[in-house]
Design a protein around this ligand. Sequence first.
Ligand code: AMP
Ligand code: ZN
Length: 112
Amino acid sequence: MECIFCKIINKEIPSEIVFEDEKFIAFNDINPKAPVHILIVPKKHIPSVDHIEMEDKTLIGELILVAQKIAREKNLAGYKLLINVGEKGGQLINHLHLHLLSGKSHLKSLNI
Ligand code: AMP
Ligand code: ZN
């Protein structure tokens, strides 16, 4: 398996895990763009939002709820959730993931 996030899920490469259950893993981004920058990753290998199917709709809802849970646990005053889709959308890793970003004042007005 070539996928770096599947390797993180399988503990073949290390990461700073902040949350894990049977369906998701969340870990600190290795190259943080904000003081809090966590990636929330479904364990199911879905390459991108463009590959989501109807059968995944519960999983995608739960993905947002995991972000909410982590944000509450960390007492984040506000945060941004971001999903890059496809190479031209800035997606570097082809395993669906949600960026949770917080702690930088410019995020408030970030429009990307
Ligand atoms: P994206 O551009 O949306 O595909 O985001 C990929 C993110 O994964 C980037 O913010 C990278 O810094 C991050 N990343 C890449 N490799 C690792 C790794 N081994 N551990 C943690 N984060 C990583
Ligand atoms: Zn994968």
